[in-house]
Design a protein around this ligand. Structure first.
Ligand SMILES: Nc1ncnc2c1ncn2[C@@H]1O[C@H](COP(=O)(O)OP(=O)(O)OP(=O)(O)O)[C@@H](O)[C@H]1O
Length: 264
């Protein structure tokens, strides 16, 4: 157990407590960091419905908490719709699904589960993370069209953005990353990343302190992929300068008006 995890366990809270309004300052700061990014990039408009991509991993569970908590004090209102893709090849055990549903009940967010195969018909035997995320995106887009929704929120956080930047810079010779707001089909649909300014360490703390019902992925690529190898390097850089992640993020200089310019 890491030192941070032990400290988080010692401060054990519950989702019920937090949803009931007993919100410690650090969870408030976490929620406000998501809110700041939502406002900065104009991610969500009054009255909208947002699909939340829920893998069951710590990041998407934290995303759902932040967006649900914000609704308690926001002057505007939006609706949330959780969408969990349960892969036929790596099904989530029933017990875990029950815990996940209970968590979403506590957050007041409907959670829909879609069963799908990881291997699309065009699959030619060379499966990889890129193919998997494209497959996932297709399912999100189909559901968004079915529900008449234009926003899909994913649980990527600041560390994901920094790692993607490093992958693109060091291994592809390009300086870019995943965007806080990404448009598709000329602005018909948007992928938004409300936790783009939240450090992964806060999400770890949240997971332990609230004992979130995390579903660990069975995916064979998960631990060995390049991201897992970059994490200790980013950690080392942040020991030299504690704002190293934020410096990378700021250098990306994401446009803040993309959503506004494409809104209809
Ligand atoms: N099976 C799934 N069903 C619905 N959404 C998903 C699924 N897998 C991933 N997502 C969405 O895509 C985001 C990025 O997925 P990725 O596989 O990179 O997982 P991750 O960074 O480990 O995040 P998490 O901790 O939420 O699993 C997730 O945070 C979630 O919003």
């Amino acid at each position: 157990m890491r030192v941070n995890d032990a400290a988080a366990l010692a401060e054990r809270l519950s989702v019920e407590m937090v949803m009931g309004g007993n919100i410690p300052p650090w969870i408030m700061r976490f929620t406000k960091a998501a809110g700041k990014a939502i406002n900065r990039y104009s991610m969500i408009q009054e009255g909208e419905t947002v699909i939340l991509g829920i893998s069951g991993g710590k990041d998407s569970l934290a995303l759902a908490l932040a967006l649900s908590l914000r609704l308690k004090w926001l002057p505007i209102s939006y609706k949330l719709h959780g969408l969990h893709i349960d892969w036929e090849e790596y099904p989530v055990p029933d017990q875990k699904l029950t815990a996940l549903r209970r968590y979403f009940d506590l957050l007041g967010i409907p959670l829909e589960t879609v069963r799908a195969s990881m291997f699309p018909e065009s699959f030619d035997g060379k499966f990889n993370c890129y193919l998997c995320s494209r497959n996932r995106r297709r399912i999100f887009f189909e559901k968004a069209r079915e529900l008449g929704v234009r926003k899909i929120a994913l649980g990527h956080h600041l560390d994901d953005i920094v790692e993607t930047t490093m992958i693109n810079l060091f291994f592809r010779g390009q300086f870019d990353s995943m965007q806080p707001v990404q448009d598709f089909f000329g602005g018909d649909l948007f992928v938004i990343r409300p936790m783009c300014e939240v450090r992964e360490s806060i999400i770890h703390r949240l997971t332990s302190a609230l004992d979130l019902p995390v579903v660990k992925p069975d995916c064979p690529y998960h631990e060995t992929n390049i991201r897992a190898r970059l994490k200790p390097i980013v950690r080392e850089l942040s020991h030299i300068d504690r704002y190293a992640r934020e410096h990378v993020y700021n250098a990306l200089n994401f446009p803040t008006d993309l959503m506004k310019s494409l809104q209809r």
